[in-house]
Design a protein around this ligand. Structure first.
Ligand SMILES: [Zn+2]
Length: 263
């Protein structure tokens, strides 16, 4: 691992259900198709740049596109984003891991809850996960206030937790919404500062951001730059970070730091 810091690039691979939150009915087939179109574009983009990523995938998405999941290059990590994006029961923790492993033939070690919702760490442990990445250690109005939680890797009730990264000073989340809504150079600078302070950064996006979403009735700040402009911005970010930092999957990073022992 390079000593100048690691980039943990992650994507939540899922059915595109956001319009439902805003009262727009979208058939399941279209939610799936939008997720899939974004997935194809995203994998092409990161594979062309040669960077590994961690793909937190719903079992629902994987069940609809098993071939696409099996064709993911082995240097990427497949992790769980539970079973369905829009509904959750605790038994889905185990069911999603088993379904993803059955479809992919790979071991699934990581979990990220849809919308970073709260989850019982004992249930995550019982379902056989090695780490949880369902924490955004910041304040998102109307969603959660995690300002008192650690910014970086910690253990809770025996479960390893890898928070999504936030900026070093004001805990600005380094995730999809700030990537598209803040000026590019600010986001890049915050990311580099977080790498300098923490030794790594964990960034997260969604494949559906990289296709056209203009016809959906979702807030402007969620669909800003959607499609090609955001593809270009992500390419630029990866290229800029590649010059000084190493990209790695979460599983590989935790393993190299001896936080987890099996792969
Ligand atoms: Zn999600």
């Amino acid at each position: 691992m390079a000593s100048n810091g690691t980039v943990l690039l992650s994507f939540d691979v899922e059915e595109f259900d956001m319009p439902l939150e805003y009262g727009q009915q979208v058939p399941v087939s279209e939610q799936m198709q939008t997720g899939y179109d974004g997935f194809v574009v995203t994998m092409q983009l990161i594979d062309a740049l040669g960077v590994p990523a961690t793909l937190f995938t719903t079992a629902n998405f994987a069940t609809h596109y098993p071939e696409a999941i099996r064709n993911v290059q082995p240097h990427h990590e497949l992790a769980s984003h539970t079973y369905y994006h829009s509904q959750f029961e605790e038994k889905d923790l185990l069911a999603s891991r088993l379904k993803l492993e059955e479809i992919s033939g790979r071991k699934v070690q990581g979990l990220r809850m849809p919308r970073m919702r709260a989850v019982d760490m004992n249930a995550v442990k019982s379902a056989g996960y090695a780490y949880d990445s369902s924490i955004n250690p910041t304040w998102v109005p109307g969603r959660y206030n995690n300002l008192s939680l650690p910014r970086t890797i910690y253990t809770q009730e025996g479960m390893l937790r890898l928070p999504a990264s936030v900026s070093a000073v004001f805990r600005i989340p380094l995730f999809w919404l700030s990537f598209k809504n803040f000026p590019y150079y600010l986001f890049l600078q915050w990311t580099k500062n977080a790498i300098r302070k923490d030794g790594y950064v964990c960034l997260y996006f969604h494949p559906w951001e990289f296709v056209d979403l203009s016809h959906y009735k979702i807030p402007g700040y969620t669909k800003r730059l959607a499609g090609m402009p955001l593809q270009n911005r992500l390419k630029r970010l990866i290229t800029d970070l590649q010059t000084a930092h190493t990209f790695c999957t979460i599983e590989h990073y935790l393993h190299s730091r001896q936080f987890i022992h099996s792969t």
